[in-house]
Design a protein around this ligand. Structure first.
Ligand code: NAD
Ligand code: GLY
Length: 370
């Protein structure tokens, strides 16, 4: 069964379709968006080898001339060099301004190809076909596109909404377990930030979602996409409410930065740890109960995600280094810390101008060095 969620942006609504078999049926969904039957599929080598031929064949059988562009897998591709190389390949293919490109991959390809689309010939439309759980529940929806620089992640980018998102759950069958768990960190984030009933469902169904059982996966992806669509529909450019989607990200970003954004700690793992810390810090400030913090931690742990600094290679970290890295996060405003904190399950809020002194004491109690 295919489910559709609409991102209701004024004048630019688009559908996020969720289910199995969307790749085989891609031509039918993509054709109405094309001005001429030509497109380019951007994918990394891993996705190209596993699923590329299937998508290209489906598009070609539907009468679309589909040209592959293959980029190296991994975060390093989200760079100025990666962007220049991709734009050069798109130019070499003779793409016109009215053509659309397809980003077929995880968040790296979605962010890179989406950003390239935002600037290619002053902007062309694009379609997202996300292939990781993280991309299906988060990065393919909402129009944030970006590359990294040596000064930080996602610092150069644009808001550029896709015209369509096809989340084919079947591609997740080949996703390594660690990537599945990383995507799950974003799934649990949605429950924690805004839907206590969904969180409760995840507590009961973590094994079924991570085990890729059809019904559980479809339920989880759909609920996340619904929540993201609603938030983005209300606050496309993150003037307010959209910042809630950063629950766990500022705490997590700090540890990611200190571990070098590498394989030692993947983004989703940092988000899991960050969500647990955001709940514990909120409990410390008496914003939520200690019981809520324990419950959040148990649910994050149940997925195999880290919840304590002591579990991270490179620990002990210094509290001041963590706070300095938090202040580097692009959510910081006027040098003051902005954190997403919570009043309980599903009741996150954006706390601006957070006092670093209690945060420092908290981090030391969490095991950081003074
Ligand atoms: P990714 O794109 O690097 O994919 C992870 C790995 O899985 C890669 O090695 C990839 O080749 C492989 N892979 C992808 N699909 C596969 C499949 N179906 N089967 C087997 N292997 C597969 O990483 P990601 O976790 O999807 O995305 C992380 C990126 O997303 C980061 O750059 C992050 O900044 C970005 N992000 C963006 C947003 C946004 O709103 N734009 C939100 C969250 C994260
Ligand atoms: N991943 C956070 C956002 O899209 O706003």
């Amino acid at each position: 069964m295919i489910q559709t969620v609409t991102v209701a942006l004024e004048g630019r609504p688009y559908a996020v379709m969720i289910g199995r078999g969307l790749i085989e049926d891609a031509a039918r969904h993509v054709t109405p968006l094309l001005k001429r039957p030509v497109t380019t599929v951007v994918m990394d080598r891993t996705v190209a080898e596993l699923h590329g031929e299937r998508l290209l064949a489906a598009l070609r059988q539907g009468g679309i001339a589909a040209h592959p562009v293959i980029v190296p897998p991994g975060e390093a591709t989200k760079s100025f060099e990666g962007l220049a190389d991709l734009c050069d390949q798109l130019l070499g293919l003779g793409l016109e301004r009215s053509d659309r490109i397809i980003a077929f991959g995880g968040g790296v390809v979605g962010d890179l190809a989406g950003f390239a689309a935002s600037i290619f010939k002053r902007g062309i439309d694009f379609i997202q076909i996300p292939t990781t759980l993280l991309a299906q529940v988060d990065s393919s929806v909402g129009g944030k596109t970006a590359i990294d620089t040596p000064r930080g992640k996602n610092l150069i980018g644009a808001f550029h909404q896709p015209r369509l998102v096809l989340a084919d759950l079947a591609v997740l069958d080949t996703l390594p377990d660690r990537e599945m768990v990383c995507g799950y960190a974003e799934v649990i984030k949605y429950g924690l930030l805004g839907d206590a009933a969904f969180f409760e469902g995840l507590e009961a169904n973590v094994g079924r979602v991570l085990g890729r059982e059809d019904a559980a996966l479809a339920w989880a992806v759909r609920r996340c996409v619904e929540m993201k669509a609603q938030i983005v529909g209300e606050d496309e450019r993150e003037g307010g409410r959209r910042a809630l989607l950063n629950l766990g990200h500022t705490f997590g970003h700090a540890v990611e930065a200190l571990t070098g954004f590498g394989e030692a700690l993947k983004h989703g793992e940092a988000v899991g740890l960050g969500c647990a810390q955001a709940f514990r810090f909120s409990a410390r400030l008496d914003l939520c109960s200690g019981q809520d913090a324990v419950r959040a931690e148990r649910a994050i742990q149940a997925a195999g995600l880290p919840t304590r600094l002591s579990a991270i290679a490179g620990h002990p970290f210094r509290a001041d280094d963590l706070i300095a890295a938090m202040a580097q996060d692009k959510k910081a405003e006027g040098g003051a810390l902005t954190l997403v904190l919570t009043r309980g399950m599903g009741e996150a809020f954006v706390a601006r101008g957070v006092d670093p002194a209690p945060l420092r004491r908290f981090l030391i109690d969490e095991g950081a060095l003074p």
